[in-house]
Design a protein around this ligand. Structure first.
Ligand code: HXC
Ligand code: NAP
Length: 293
């Protein structure tokens, strides 16, 4: 059997033939990587972001790199009228839309007591309002057309653990998770599936520039914090996203798949700090503590 690598593309060529996928925040980072992979699997792609220059440049690059069709359009997902215009532009260009990836996000680290109301609103609005604006706008259209569809949202593991210093993001992502579970129950009858991916750390310029305090990256050393000892590769997340958006996952809805090398469980388990104890220390501890027969 041919050996496979975790950085290989996983799905069959043509998996997304005749499918159109919309990726919010698809101009950069993980959204761009997932978009590129979906194009290689035959998808038509619509990407949006607030910065017109960034989105148009990425759309042109992706078309050049893959030979696929990409519509890049400026859209602030917080603004319902701009989201309606995104839906209209996508349908005008490609005739229909089959999948939505809620990927756009805003985030930065800050002690919560230092946040202004506007700072909290800004992050919660991008993450939560942006995701429900897009899900509702496309969902209404799919239901009216009787068209099955798949929605995937990029969440975080702290949507359920919570996390200090990124509280607005945690509140927004928790809302996206519960929206997903709620609508999976309500919209299954329309053939609309909704799922979430909760990634651990995957290096991107957008996340690293806002979340890694300069000079303090040792705090986040992956070999200490992540059981599998490394950061995520974009292709690993792209494989999972493509699977959950595709027909291969037709019986999966309302779920959240974590892809974090075990990071959140390492942080959660009460005794996981014992990872720091060496073999020799264990020998001494067991001599001292294990009852003698
Ligand atoms: C405190 C801050 C701040 C900071 C902004 N604000 N940055 N407060 N500390 N570092 C405050 C501002 O002072 C302002 O409040 C309010 O937030 C809005 O800021 P603006 O700069 O006016 O907003 P805007 O230009 O819309 O930018 C939005 C943004 C920015 C969220 C602040 O970072 C952005 O554009 N982000 C998009 C991309 C992104 O965040 N990518 C990373 C996703 S990574 P006042 O009161 O002064 O008006 C991610 C990973 C999670 O989510 C998990 C990792 C493992
Ligand atoms: P990124 O490159 O900064 O991506 C965020 C994108 O969202 C940008 O392209 C940004 O473009 C867009 N965006 C922000 N506000 C928007 C708005 N109001 N309307 C439309 N688009 C908007 O960061 P990333 O790391 O790839 O993050 C992608 C997703 O993964 C996010 O949901 C993030 O929370 C999640 N995530 C990332 C990691 C990680 O380790 N990287 C871990 C867990 C979860 P504009 O600025 O042009 O609008």
């Amino acid at each position: 059997m041919a050996s496979v690598k975790h950085t290989d593309g996983m799905l069959k060529p043509g998996t997304f033939d005749k499918k159109t996928v919309v990726i919010t925040g698809g101009g950069t980072g993980l959204g761009r990587s997932v978009g590129k992979y979906l194009l290689s699997l035959g998808a038509n792609l619509v990407i949006c972001g607030r910065r017109k220059d960034v989105i148009e440049k990425t759309a042109a690059e992706l078309e050049r790199e893959t030979g696929g069709k990409v519509l890049g359009t400026a859209c602030d997902v917080r603004q319902p009228e701009q989201v309606d215009a995104l839906v209209a532009a996508a349908y005008q260009r490609f005739g229909a839309v089959d999948c939505l990836l809620n990927n756009a996000a805003g985030n930065f680290i800050c002690p919560t007591e230092r946040l202004s109301y506007n700072a909290v609103n800004t992050v919660v609005d991008i993450v939560l309002k942006g995701s429900y604006n897009c899900t509702l706008a496309f969902g209404k259209r799919w239901i009216a057309d009787g068209r099955p569809a798949s929605v995937l949202s990029i969440g975080t593991t702290y949507a359920w653990t919570g996390s200090g210093y990124v509280v607005p993001s945690a509140m927004g992502k928790a809302g996206v998770l519960v929206m997903t579970r709620s609508l999976a129950a309500e919209w299954g009858k329309y053939g609309i599936r909704l799922n979430v991916i909760a990634p651990g750390p995957f290096p991107t310029e957008g996340a690293w520039s806002r979340l890694m305090p300069p000079g303090m990256d040792g705090l986040f050393a992956s070999e200490k914090r992540i059981p599998l000892g490394r950061l995520g590769e974009h292709q690993e997340l792209a494989n999972l996203a493509a699977y959950l958006l595709s027909e291969y996952s037709a019986y999966i809805t309302g779920t959240c798949v974590t892809i974090d090398g075990g990071e959140w469980l390492r942080g959660a388990g009460e005794f996981n700090a014992l990872e720091a104890v060496t073999r020799e220390q264990w020998d001494m501890l067991q001599t001292a503590m294990k009852p003698k027969k």
